[in-house]
Design a protein around this ligand. Structure first.
Ligand SMILES: Cc1cc2nc3c(=O)[nH]c(=O)nc-3n(C[C@H](O)[C@H](O)[C@H](O)COP(=O)(O)O)c2cc1C
Length: 178
């Protein structure tokens, strides 16, 4: 299976990135392929709501920025991972811009190969996930009808991911079926 991972953290060694790295070790063990996009390093603009994609564009977004690379991988992916720090009770703004741009490629119907989704969240304080989970449930499970494979969270300002959490993410990656 090909997995598309969107990393919404700007911190190259932050918790979100460490969760992704552990997960990818598991994916490798199980023989999966994946693409990680660090959306904070990319030039991704917000959706213009111009409706070009749903009219003349026939599913193509009119904006020629780095989102085009994500659209390509989104069409190949069987699973999507939305990974983000919690900023003001939700996913990061950089990642939200990328998700809003799914409007061209995953609205009103999902890309045909995409079947599964998971979410990785990192927060400073515990139980700060409701905003991001509202999007996960409403947009990805209920609306796109993707199979939810799990939500993984970590909390605290210490930059190190616990060994227990690292193992949990690695085991999750290794457990995924082809
Ligand atoms: C702009 C900003 C807003 C934040 N808002 C919250 C918040 O609402 N709740 C919370 O628990 N932590 C909040 N935090 C803390 C981060 O979620 C926390 O440090 C997280 O571990 C960062 O993830 P990372 O290491 O993957 O970058 C915020 C941090 C920043 C920079």
């Amino acid at each position: 299976m090909r997995v598309l991972i969107l990393n919404g953290s700007p911190r190259p060694k932050g918790h979100t990135k460490q969760m992704i790295q552990a997960f990818c070790e598991g994916l490798e063990e199980a023989g999966h392929e994946w693409d990680v996009f660090d959306v904070c390093k990319m030039n991704i603009h917000g959706c213009l709501a111009c409706e070009y994609c749903h009219t003349k564009g026939n599913g193509q977004c009119i904006q020629e920025d780095d989102m085009q690379n994500i659209y390509q991988k989104l069409s190949e992916a069987g699973m999507l991972v939305i990974a983000s720090p919690i900023y003001y009770h939700n996913m990061s703004g950089q990642l939200k811009c990328a998700i809003d741009r799914f409007y061209a490629a995953a609205y009103p119907v999902k890309p045909p190969k995409l079947k599964k989704v998971a979410m990785f969240l990192s927060s400073g304080e515990p139980d700060m996930y409701d905003g991001a989970l509202f999007s996960y449930q409403g947009d990805f499970l209920d609306f796109l009808k993707l199979e939810g494979m799990g939500v993984f969270t970590t909390k605290g300002y210490d930059p190190g991911l616990s060994e227990e959490k690292r193992e949990e993410l690695q085991a999750f990656g290794a457990s995924l079926k082809h």
